[in-house]
Design a protein around this ligand. Sequence first.
Ligand code: M6R
Length: 609
Amino acid sequence: MCGIIGFSGVRKVPASLIMEGLKRLEYRGYDSAGIAWQVHSKIRIRKCAGKVDKLWEALPANLELRSGIAHTRWATHGAPTDTNAHPHTDSPQRIAVVHNGVIDNYRALKRMLESNGHRFTTETDTEVLAHLIAEQLNGSIEEAICRALREVEGTYGIAVIHAGEPDKIVAARRGSPLIVGIGEEGSFIASDAVAMVGRAERIVHLEDGDIAVISGKDHEIRRASGGIATISDWSRLDIPPTVADKAGYPHYMLKEIMEQPEALEDCFRGRVQREFGTARLGGLNMMPRDFLEIDRVRLLGCGTSYMASCVGARMISDLARIETTAEYAPEHRHSNPIVRKSALFFAVSQSGETTDTIMALREVMRKGGKVLGIVNRVASTIARETGAGIYVHAGFEYAVASTKTMLNTMMGLFLFGLLVGRMRDLSLARGRELIDAVSELPDKIRQILAMRDEFRSVAEHFSGSENFYFLGRGYSYPVAMEGALKLKEIAYVHAEGYSAAEMKHGPIALIDETFASVFVIPRDSVYERTLTNLQEIRARKGPVLTITTGETDDLESLSDRILVLPQTDEILLPFLTTVAVQLFAYEFAAQRGCPIDQPKNLAKSVTVE
Ligand code: M6R
């Protein structure tokens, strides 16, 4: 989604300092980019539709600057054109603004400003902010911003410069993340800490309503709660400078698929307690008695976090015998949710910044419900607002298509199920058996990753197919949905995930010799039933890829291609089958030459509703 970086230095620096930060935000997805800086009390702007490299080429040669604000835009209001790209200014170009979020009442504000003589040149909601701030300018820029924002309904993370106040950048946040950083060369504002990697040493996350003013190494963060940020609000920026390395892989997605054995181990190591057949999750901040009072668990998430939640809901139900369901976060929010004292909610999110999930958790909290986070990014909004939960420790995920965080989120939920299960009916022997099986997962995932050539050959076999069903039952049903999501996201082919059982109730109408099906059919308690569904597809001449475990005798005549994975406990099968659907989707998209790390229309972190 949109990205912001602003820098104010103690001396002039090459423009590359800001542009490198902007490039590190590319992974979030965007369609245009721009930058504003000051020269002799005038604001200069370059912006264009397309990639950051195109913007870089459009900058004056050897440009040096003391400060500037830059932006990658993911279009919401107005097409991705040069004109609509940020920064936006008032008419005399005294104010420049970059903005993440959506101004809900921009039409009303625009009408009011037009009646006051302001002229607009873009289709964006952001341009209204520049004019609104200019209208209020009568003293310092931060005072004008505070007055202007009182008129604004909606969400924003903004960085603003004023021609009359050189090197000062003012930032404000409501609902859209912003971080202030400080390093040797000066101060930063960014929507994602990754933009400041290698430059800022200490950071502070702005809360809604905060205003930050930076100038060189001077900085002041006025808290919405009153007062100024103190030393205890700052933390070290702990993202390694190597974060943007592909480590020799052609794509971040493949690198992250390959990292899964180690990433998964990072999630369960130190948390499983074999002696007691259970897990320890200190971040939950709950007393043993609190667990006994839970009679319902709701997992709220979007996209892959939702798919991981569907798997996790089954795991928790199975292990702890607590009724657990997964729901799309925005659907839950708008369903006038029933919130009971005995229910426990989890906001599930890789980034911890997904607006749909944040709004859903706020709705539950507003009703007095208890919400914990299951999050990858440390200190993200969801982690801070829930104040307790499970970090999934997958490491930085750069690819837009989530992979390793799906596995680690499932592991976080599994560990929760194991912990609560062992406080209820799950036996010590079963707990230990599961922990032993978990500790074998990384090696089994390595075995699947070593089958890459086979996946490539299978992808080649199906590379002409434009339509896919991904089908599975039981634990394989959400895995099938995730396989379809991955294929859509990175390969741009039509793919739908269904329960294999549901096929005969309608979707099977589409099956013919051109419509392919990927069956996720490991040897589990629903194997025989799924086999019947496979036969139904085959009887209608549908091409089939089978992803299974164990013997393949009864699958040979029913499949065009078969991928055989290692076996594990039924409840842990999604940790293996998910890797298989990821790798198939990756190899399929690679065959078709798709821009795997920058899929069109998609953003890594979706910070609008
Ligand atoms: O950061 P989150 O886990 O909250 O993100 C949720 C979805 O936007 C995300 O999973 C999205 O579906 C990915 N592109 C999936 O690959």
